[in-house]
Design a protein around this ligand. Sequence first.
Ligand code: DAT
Ligand code: MG
Length: 151
Amino acid sequence: GVNECTFIAVKPDGVQRKMVGEIVRRFEKKGFKLVGLKLVQASEDLLRDHYWSLRSKPFFSKLITYMSSGPVVAMVWRGLDVVKTARKMLGETNPADSLPGTIRGNYCVEMGRNVIHGSDSVESAQKEISLWFHQSELNRWEDCGSQWIYN
Ligand code: DAT
Ligand code: MG
């Protein structure tokens, strides 16, 4: 629904490559509402919790090293079907399979440096938001543009 939220993170390579502005711009211009944003150096413990479902994969330890190699920009975005739509905006997990126009399709080439994270379901979004943000860090501001985005 309209009140759905998703967790988006610009990964360390995206921060290093100065892609934060471009990524925020895309979500803003789409019509989604920013409800949380911070620059964080994630601990390995946090990242292991975040990627818990992938713990038995062969690339897991490399993934944790990559994700803890520098700060990430953690965000919460809200809007109609934002979880699914954000995944479309990101592209596929493998940048090589991502269509041009998507973030991964436009700006990266390898799975191990794919620039951005987005929750894959409403349930994982809720888990990830509570893992990365305190309730007090989420801002319920009134968006004066919402009447021009929703009818
Ligand atoms: P996504 O980030 O598209 O949700 P995922 O949750 O399956 O993908 O995996 C998390 C991250 O792990 C992904 O962004 C990049 C990395 N990854 C996934 N599959 C991989 C693989 N086969 N080899 C190397 N890295 C992989
Ligand atoms: Mg995932």
